[in-house]
Design a protein around this ligand. Structure first.
Ligand code: FES
Length: 161
C-alpha cells in the first residue's frame, strides 16, 4: 500500500517563499515539492492557488503536462525506462518487460511495497549509453536485462538499510 505523505507545511511554505510567491515559478515550486514527496500531495494545491494567485486548473494542467510531476503518491524510487529510438533499438522493451515481471507491475504502476514506480520516459539525452534507465536522479546505461534487475535490487537493499 502506498502511503500518502505527512505534509511538512513549514517546508512547503519555505519552498513557496524561496520563489517569492512568483506565480511564474509554479512549475519549479511543484517540482521542488515533488522532489520532497515524489508527488505533489493534493492538499497542497489550495495553498499553491492562494499563495501564488493561480487557478486550480493551472496546477492540474502543469501536473498533466509534465511527466515528472504527479498528483498521485508514487514509490520511493521512480524507475524510468527510456523509450527513445536509440534505446528502443538497443532493447529498452526487454528491460521494461523484465522490470514489470520483477516488480509485478505494469508501466505507470507502483509496486505493492510502495518502493518502486515504473515509468517510460522519452529520450534523456545519453543515447550512446542506451538502453538507459533512471532511478530517481541516477542514470544507468549500457544495460541488459540482468543488469537492470540488479540495479533495481540494489535500490531495494538500500531501502532496507
Ligand atoms: S534514446 Fe534513450 S537516451 Fe536517447
Amino acid at each position: 500500500m502506498i502511503q500518502t505523505a505527512n505534509i511538512d507545511w513549514n517546508k512547503v511554505s519555505a519552498i513557496i517563499d524561496d520563489y517569492r510567491e512568483n506565480h511564474e515559478a509554479l512549475l519549479m515550486i511543484m517540482q521542488d515539492i515533488s522532489d520532497m514527496y515524489n508527488y505533489v500531495p493534493p492538499e497542497v494545491i489550495p495553498v499553491l492557488c492562494e499563495r501564488l494567485g493561480v487557478k486550480e486548473s493551472l496546477v492540474y494542467s502543469v501536473a498533466t503536462f509534465y511527466k515528472t510531476i504527479s498528483l498521485e503518491p508514487r514509490g520511493k524510487f521512480i524507475v524510468s525506462v527510456c523509450t527513445g529510438t536509440a534505446c528502443h533499438v538497443r532493447g529498452a522493451e526487454k528491460l521494461t518487460d523484465a522490470l514489470e515481471q520483477q516488480l509485478d507491475i505494469e508501466q505507470g504502476q507502483t509496486s505493492a511495497d510502495g518502493l518502486f514506480t515504473l515509468e517510460g520516459v522519452r529520450c534523456i539525452g545519453c543515447c550512446a549509453s542506451g538502453p538507459v534507465i533512471t532511478v530517481n536522479k541516477d542514470t544507468h546505461g549500457g544495460l541488459d536485462r540482468s543488469k537492470a534487475l540488479n540495479i533495481v535490487e540494489s535500490y531495494r537493499q538500500q531501502a532496507s538499510r
